[in-house]
Design a protein around this ligand. Structure first.
Ligand SMILES: Cc1ncc(C[n+]2csc(CCOP(=O)(O)OP(=O)(O)O)c2C)c(N)n1
Length: 305
């Protein structure tokens, strides 16, 4: 199973790398670092690509809006209507795949993000709204509104004051339907996080009333266990996932140079070859892997029923 998950994650990695390379701009590092988490998250997410407006769908917020290589790859793979052609048009004027995700423009995008920290606050808002509506319409016999809000964020999001305030009220209100997955790769735009932040993140969240889990963000089983645990917690949960930016990108793994610039054809080709993919094929997803992702469509139909 983990072998298949690895091929799924690598497919995301190489789509994202190819998108940024073709556009000659964008952010390959975060998508590649988050790919393993995204695959397992996809196994937990209750959503319906055929009906993105299903009221009780889980909400997925990408607070690091620069990780569009990941977002659009996922929405293509899950079957939200994006095509490979749209991925090839990444960052082009009037495309469905602008540099940062835009609500109402691309199907599946729950909220426009880009200003760091804002998506975390939006996720807290989604979570509060869900609790509020649930309190109006749920009864002992029918939980009509009981979805989970997932938010992916990075170091930059947690450095912003906005996320402090929002996370404080989330803990205060014991928003147990909120799961924040923190892509803790210790790299931001200018280099190591040593340059800008040294506070104890687990203690910060504990003091704000959150449950704190810490995992290796490239270990599929640890990711899965953490998500199971987080869903049963009675408080909001932060999963601190230790990851490597640009995981899989050979020479650029772990480097801030992979944060916001194309990796280069030679690096991408080597990465594909290292992972057992054909280095010369671009925007390529093995058929069996695409089918795995597309199961989200049937799964969504059943979940919604
Ligand atoms: C409020 C705000 N300030 C600055 C930026 C510019 N910016 C975009 S990405 C980024 C670095 C983000 O670092 P991190 O969250 O660690 O992402 P990663 O390097 O892991 O991709 C910055 C400063 C922004 N988008 N929003």
């Amino acid at each position: 199973m983990n072998q298949t998950r690895k091929r799924m994650a690598d497919s995301i990695r190489f789509l994202a790398a190819d998108m940024v390379q073709r556009a000659s701009s964008g952010h390959p590092g975060a998508p590649m670092g988050l790919a393993d988490i995204a695959v397992v998250l996809g196994e937990h997410l209750n959503h319906n690509p055929k009906n993105p407006d299903w009221l009780n769908r889980d909400r997925l917020v990408f607070s690091g809006g620069h990780a569009t290589g990941l977002i659009y790859s996922l929405y293509y793979l899950w079957g939200y209507g994006l095509e490979i052609e749209d991925l090839k048009n990444f960052r082009q004027l009037d495309s469905l795949t602008p540099g940062h995700p835009e609500y109402g423009h691309t199907k599946g995008i729950e909220i426009t993000t880009g200003p760091l920290g804002q998506g975390v606050a939006n996720a807290v808002g989604f979570s509060m709204a869900s609790k509020f509506v649930g309190a109006q319409v749920n009864s002992d016999s029918a939980e009509l509104i009981d979805h989970t809000v997932y938010c992916l964020c990075g170091d930059g999001d947690l450095e912003e004051g906005l996320s402090y305030e929002a996370c404080s009220i989330a803990g205060h209100n014991k928003l147990d339907n909120l799961i924040l997955i923190y892509d803790s790769n210790n790299i931001t735009i200018e280099g190591s996080t040593d340059l800008s932040i040294s506070e104890n993140i687990p203690m910060r969240f504990e003091s704000q009333g959150w449950d704190v889990l810490e995992i290796d963000g490239h270990d599929f089983d640890e990711i899965n266990d953490a998500l199971i645990q987080a869903k049963s917690n009675k408080k909001p949960t932060i999963i601190i996932a230790h990851t490597i930016i640009a995981k899989g990108a050979s020479a650029l793994e772990g480097s801030h140079h992979a944060h916001g610039a194309p990796l280069g054809e030679d690096v991408i080709e080597k990465a594909k070859a290292d992972a057992g993919f054909d280095p010369k094929k671009k925007f390529f997803v093995p058929e069996d892997i695409l089918l795995r992702f597309r199961c989200a469509i049937e799964h969504g139909d059943f979940t919604r029923a």
